[in-house]
Design a protein around this ligand. Structure first.
Ligand SMILES: Cc1cc2nc3c(=O)[nH]c(=O)nc-3n(C[C@H](O)[C@H](O)[C@H](O)COP(=O)(O)O)c2cc1C
Length: 402
C-alpha cells in the first residue's frame, strides 16, 4: 500500500467519472505480446494486475479494426474474443483496487499491407508514405504506401471507434482514451504535413481537426464524456522523422478549445519528443490546458521530483509514467518510499513472453531504502526547482517504435 506521506501526488482524486487512488497514471505502453488475432494471452492479466496500484492504467494502444493495425502482436477491441480477453484484465485490475481505460488506436499510414485484410494498402488522409518502420511478421519494415481515404469512407472509421467503445464498455473498462497523438491516424489528419486533402477534412485548422472532434463526439455519445479522455502530442515526431504541423500552437490550441466543450474526463499530453527531452519549455502546455479547461495528465520523462512539483503546483492533475512502469510494477510504492527504480532493458519492450514483461520484481519491504532524506525536506527541494524544467535526466533510449 502507498504510504500516506502528505504529498498530493499520492492522494486520491476524481478524473471525470473515475475515482483514482493517487495521481500517478501508467502511460500507454505497446508491448506486442498479444496473438496475431489481437487476443491477449493470460500473461496480460498478470502484467496489468501487477501494476494496479497506479491510480489509472491507460492500456497499450489497442486496435479499433484490422484496418487500424500497424504492428504485429498488438491487441484489438473490436471482436467478442477481444472483449473476453480484456474482461479478464479489467477484473484483475479492479480486484486489485485499480482503474483502467482502453487506448483506442487507428495507425492510419503507419501500417503494412501484410497486416491489412487481404493485403490491401493502409489508409491515410493523403497518399504520403511514412519513412519510419513498423513491425511485421517479417520484422521491421518501412510502412506501405497508403491510400487516401475517400470522404464517404470516413463515417465508417467513426463507426469503428463507436464499436470499439461499446466493446470496451462490455469488457469492463472504466473509460476509453482516444489516441490522437504520436503521428497516427487522427494526428495525421491534424498536421498539415500529412494532410493535403481538399475536402471538408483538409485545409483549414477547423477542417483538419474535424475528424478528431467527430470521433470524440461519437465515442462520448456511445458512453459518456466523463469516461472519455484524449491524448495529444503537439510537438512529438514520435516515430522517426515524422514532420510536425507548421503551426502547432494554433492547430492544437483550436482543438483543445473545441474538445473543452465536451467536458471530457481529461486531456493527456506527451510534452515534447516522446521518450526524449520533456519539451514543456518549448510549447505552452499550460495554455493548452487552459483552452481545454478540464483535467490534465502530463507525460514525458517525468521523474519523482518533477511529478511531485507538477501536481503540488496545480500544473497537472495526474502524471503519466511510461518506461518506469515497465521495470517497476510497484512504481507507486517505490515513488512514495523514494527507493531506486529499475531501468528495464529496451530489448524487453516489444515482443516475447513473460521475460521482460511479468518477471520484474516489486520492491520488498525487507530491503532498506537507499535514500533516507526526510520526505518534507525533499518536497521543499522539489518545489524550489523551477517548473516546468527543460532538462530532465535522460533515460536509456529504446530501440523500436512508439
Ligand atoms: C515500449 C513503449 C511503448 C509505447 N507504446 C505507446 C502506446 O501504445 N501508445 C502511446 O500513446 N504511447 C506509447 N508510448 C509512449 C509512452 O506512453 C510515453 O509517452 C513515453 O514513454 C514517454 O513517457 P516516459 O518518459 O514516462 O517513458 C510507448 C513508449 C514505450 C517506451
Amino acid at each position: 500500500m502507498t504510504e500516506d506521506n502528505g504529498i498530493a501526488l499520492f492522494t486520491p482524486t476524481r478524473i471525470g467519472a473515475i475515482e483514482v487512488a493517487n495521481r500517478i497514471a501508467m502511460a500507454p505502453l505497446t508491448r506486442s505480446r498479444a496473438g496475431m488475432d489481437g487476443v491477449h494471452t493470460p500473461l496480460a492479466i498478470e502484467y496489468y494486475r501487477q501494476r494496479a496500484s497506479a491510480g489509472l492504467i491507460i492500456t497499450e494502444a489497442t486496435n479499433i479494426s484490422q484496418q487500424g493495425r500497424g504492428y504485429a502482436y498488438t491487441p484489438g477491441i473490436y471482436t467478442d474474443a477481444h472483449v473476453a480477453a480484456w474482461r479478464a484484465v479489467t477484473e484483475a485490475v479492479h480486484d486489485a483496487g485499480g482503474k483502467i481505460v482502453c487506448q483506442l488506436w487507428h495507425v492510419g499510414r503507419m501500417s503494412h499491407t501484410s497486416l491489412q485484410e487481404s493485403g490491401v494498402a493502409p489508409v491515410a488522409p493523403s497518399a504520403i508514405q511514412a519513412g519510419d518502420e513498423v513491425f511485421t511478421l517479417e520484422g521491421q519494415v518501412r510502412p506501405s504506401m497508403p491510400r487516401a481515404l475517400e470522404t464517404n469512407e470516413i463515417s465508417g472509421i467513426i463507426e469503428d471507434y463507436r464499436n470499439a467503445t461499446r466493446k470496451a464498455r462490455e469488457a469492463g473498462f472504466d473509460g476509453v482514451e482516444v489516441h490522437a497523438a504520436n503521428s497516427y491516424l487522427l494526428d495525421q489528419f491534424l498536421r498539415d504535413s500529412t494532410n493535403k486533402r481538399t475536402d471538408g477534412y483538409g485545409g483549414s485548422i477547423r477542417n483538419r481537426a474535424r475528424l478528431t472532434i467527430e470521433v470524440v463526439e461519437a465515442v462520448s455519445a456511445v458512453w459518456s464524456p466523463d469516461r472519455v479522455g484524449i491524448r495529444l502530442s503537439p510537438i512529438t515526431r514520435a516515430v522517426g522523422e515524422t514532420p510536425l504541423d507548421s503551426d502547432p500552437i494554433a492547430t492544437y490550441g483550436y482543438l483543445a478549445q473545441e474538445l473543452g466543450s465536451f467536458r471530457l474526463a481529461y486531456l493527456h499530453c506527451v510534452e515534447g519528443q516522446t521518450r526524449g527531452v520533456n519539451g514543456a519549455a518549448d510549447f505552452d502546455f499550460q495554455a493548452l490546458h487552459r483552452s481545454f479547461g478540464g483535467h490534465y495528465i502530463a507525460n514525458n520523462s517525468y521523474d519523482r521530483a518533477r511529478a511531485i512539483a507538477a501536481v503540488e503546483s496545480g500544473y497537472a492533475d495526474m502524471i503519466a509514467f511510461g518506461r518506469p512502469f515497465i521495470g517497476n510494477p510497484d512504481l507507486v510504492e517505490r515513488l512514495a518510499l523514494d527507493v531506486p527504480l529499475f531501468d528495464a532493458p529496451p530489448e524487453s519492450y516489444y515482443g516475447g513472453g513473460a521475460e521482460g514483461y511479468t518477471d520484474f520484481k516489486p520492491w520488498t519491504a525487507d530491503v532498506q531504502p537507499l535514500v533516507s532524506v526526510e520526505i518534507d525536506e525533499k518536497l521543499d527541494i522539489a518545489l524550489d526547482d523551477s517548473f516546468p524544467a527543460s532538462d530532465p535526466p535522460s533515460m536509456s533510449e529504446p530501440a523500436g517504435r512508439a
